[in-house]
Design a protein around this ligand. Sequence first.
Ligand SMILES: [Zn+2]
Length: 345
Amino acid sequence: MNWLLRVLIIFVSCSSALLADEKNGRLDFYFIDVEGGAATLIVTPADESILIDSGYPDNGGRDRDRILNVIQNVAKLKHLDHAVVSHWHLDHYGNHAALADKIKIETFWDRGIPDSLKEDDKFADRMALYRAATQNKSRKLKAGDEFTLPTPSLPVQVKVLTASGEVIKNKGEPNPFAAKHQPQPDDETDNAKSISVLLKFGKFKFVCCGDLTWNTEAKLMMPNNPVGQIDLFMVTHHGLNVSNNPVMVLALDPRVTVTCNGPTKGAAAETIATLKQVKSLQAMFQLHRNVALKDADQAPAENIANMAETAQCKGNWIKVSVDRDGGSYTVQIGQDGKAQTFQTR
Ligand SMILES: [Zn+2]
């Protein structure tokens, strides 16, 4: 091989090593505070980015600007690769169109766009905005879809567990908590149709389910557990008690939980009681203090990102960062928070 080719090869391999070093091969999650909505940014070691949900619209662009701040100033991204809508409620897709005005979004994903939505009489107008932002090219996710995102370290594997009320095949070990299921009246809203995903990075496993509700959780997790036990769980539906069926939460057996609640929405006493029964639980985190609960009845103050009520809230985020071999991860609140380290199960 001639000397110029050798020099070029050394140069290229050094610069790609430098690029990989900047993020150290880590997989990062940012749980962005949108005051009781949801907005979760995932950044792979290859800097591929996925935003699941986008908070509430209006409020002077509050949630849009908090999300943009994390994308551009914290994660230092210039564009978004994927923007997902878990389901058609405004606290979840409130800023997809507004974000697309400010930053390039390569691909939009959702569960498919229904003709109308019983609980939202302005749905048609809102969909006109969404369709314009996506140039009517959003892609539909269904239960069982699988994706592999390549990275310089381990691939990130994503599996869709539920979408549009459908669930993956109920294969796996018997769920020892199946007998705990107490059916509730069927949920006719779009919550029950939420997209849920399992993300794997080596041995590390993360689950988030949008606002999936009680009976669909049971449909996914009974009689067998097709998901297995996990490390990190984004507590479903802001921690409301119409979700987080013990049949699901106890079977997933997460070590760490993050609840995307607001001061007066979610992190319900019943849900926290269920989390406290999780055998392997090591730490629970909340985006907000629930103002209606005593301090002893929720996450410890050092694990709550925002103590203030919405009017005074600074919108601190929670970051989870998984190391390059998926063997351990840190959880940190805001830029200056102290990182707590957890071992992958
Ligand atoms: Zn919601």
